[in-house]
Design a protein around this ligand. Structure first.
Ligand SMILES: [Cu+2]
Ligand SMILES: [Zn+2]
Length: 160
């Protein structure tokens, strides 16, 4: 199937602790929405914070990917909030089999332009993201989502 004219594609291979693996596709539509699809396996059952972090640097594993991608200098929030980091994609949910199927549409994670997420990192956390509402000291910066258990760098995908 031929991609629609004007679409741009990205890809990220996710690698993490305890055999966590995944692959994600990013498809930016001409209307500005990016659709993230894919799956992550090897997770503990339940919700896991899922974000774009600022740097595509895994020198020190997922810990060197920096904070949440936040070009507008806002507080952490839910994807549906006006007040959120651009990188705040909420949670992914793993079933009893440890598999999270992902399909997220978002308008703040473009693959082109000055706020592009190409070259940055996708990070999966050990714990649920409280979406800024948990009342924890970390709620407004990280959603208190705990350790970074897996990550991958977002690259442009070949169109062929
Ligand atoms: Cu994160
Ligand atoms: Zn955030």
């Amino acid at each position: 199937m031929e991609a629609a004219k004007g679409t741009v594609k990205g890809v990220a291979i996710i690698i993490g602790d305890n055999n966590i693996r995944g692959s994600l596709q990013f498809l930016q539509h001409p209307n500005g929405t990016t659709h993230v699809t894919g799956r992550v396996t090897g997770l503990s059952q339940g919700f896991h914070g899922f974000h774009i972090h600022a740097f595509g640097d895994t020198t020190n594993g997922c810990n060197s990917t920096g904070p949440h991608f936040n070009p507008f200098k806002k507080d952490h929030g839910a994807p549906s909030d006006d007040k959120r980091h651009a990188g705040d994609l909420g949670n992914i949910a793993a079933g009893p089999d440890g598999v999270a199927e992902i399909s997220i549409r978002d308008r703040q994670i473009p693959l082109t332009g000055v706020h592009s997420i190409i070259g940055r990192a996708v990070v999966v956390h050990a714990d649920p993201d409280d979406l800024g509402r948990g009342g924890h000291e970390l709620s407004k910066t990280t959603g208190n989502a705990g350790a970074r258990v897996a990550c991958g760098i977002i690259g442009l995908q070949s169109s062929v």
